[in-house]
Write a protein that binds this ligand. Structure first.
Ligand code: GDP
Length: 300
């Protein structure tokens, strides 16, 4: 994860670490290299600019230049800024799912086709069942792609999570209502709604998502986006956020993401927390997103 960014930053900091003293010029030269590394990692330009300005201001502060280990101080400042960028200084519990409500809690999953939405729905269902001892019901609202509802049913069998029986011809808002009713009557704690995707953000998709969200009033609306698409993932998130009240983001394919641009830009641009990371194709490859740990991985 984030290997190329990590390597780049590692070589910048290697030069600073062993130094007994640092001048403002040394710090500025290092920050120029950090800037290039972040831009190459596909971090949004506005985010890079603000990050570099903040870190530079703190790093040329008196306590760094006077410190006996100035290089380490600079690395710590960068680490703290990365944690904050990844959402680590968010309000307590911001990354947690809002599911401790009168049952059933409803989680709506949205995203483009191929982002990993259906797989992530099954992963999250498995996580909530096995790690949080919740009774979970999954329902596919994707009536556009004939195989979609069947795909979720098969994943339900694999993960031993209940799926709402399929009724041919029923429309998304009606399916969502039936899922909630079924959950209420049968004592489920959480309902996961897997919605339809498209190849691109389009008005029909957004209208469908807004209609489902408006009728169902989910407790969480999680956008699933592919981390490998970098800044595009952030643009997709901004587009969805304009139409539906997103409560968080799940970044998939973090296992193959050497650059990290989507993770580093997402929170600052969309003002929504990254709640989970998909780290593989297997159904247990889902991690609660931890800003400290991810920043630690980036800085090695
Ligand atoms: P959907 O069209 O958004 O519902 O996408 P799918 O859930 O069908 O996923 C598309 C492909 O991405 C499948 O082959 C998944 O196994 C794969 N996938 C999903 N999440 C991840 C992930 O976090 N890492 C990796 N490596 N593959 C993933």
């Amino acid at each position: 994860m984030f290997d190329s960014l990590s390597d780049r930053l590692g070589s910048v900091f290697e030069k600073l670490r062993g130094r007994g003293a640092l001048t403002e010029l040394d710090v500025r030269a290092a920050m120029r290299e950090v800037r290039i590394a972040l831009l190459e990692a596909d971090v949004a330009l506005s985010v890079v600019k603000q990050f570099i300005d903040e870190v530079t201001e703190r790093a040329i502060g008196a306590e760094v230049v006077r410190s006996v280990t100035p290089g380490q101080q600079v690395v710590k400042i960068v680490n703290d800024a990365l944690v904050s960028l990844l959402g680590g200084d968010a309000p307590e519990g911001d990354n947690q799912l809002n599911i401790d409500v009168t049952p059933p809690a409803v989680i709506m999953m949205v995203g483009l086709q191929g982002s990993g939405k259906t797989t992530t729905t099954a992963k999250l269902a498995k996580f909530l069942t096995e790690k949080k001892a919740k009774k979970v019901l999954m329902a596919s609202l994707d009536v556009a792609r004939p195989a979609a509802q069947e795909q979720l049913r098969v994943l339900g069998e694999q993960t031993k999570v209940a799926t709402l029986p399929i009724i041919a011809g029923q429309q998304p808002v009606a399916i969502a209502e039936r899922a909630r009713q079924t959950a209420k009557l049968q004592g489920f704690d959480v309902v996961l709604l897997d919605t339809a995707g498209r190849l691109n953000v389009d008005t029909a998709l957004m209208a469908e998502m807004a209609a489902i969200a408006g009728a169902t009033k989910p407790d969480e609306i999680l956008l699933v986006v592919d981390a490998l698409t970098g800044q595009d993932a952030v643009n997709v998130a901004s587009a969805f956020k304009a139409e539906v009240p997103l409560t968080g983001v799940v970044l998939t394919r973090m296992d193959g993401d050497a650059r990290g641009g989507a993770a580093l830009s997402m929170r600052a641009v969309t003002e929504r927390p990254i709640k989970f990371a998909g780290t593989g194709e297997k159904l247990d490859a889902l991690e609660a997103f931890d800003a400290q740990r991810v920043a630690g991985r980036i800085l090695g």
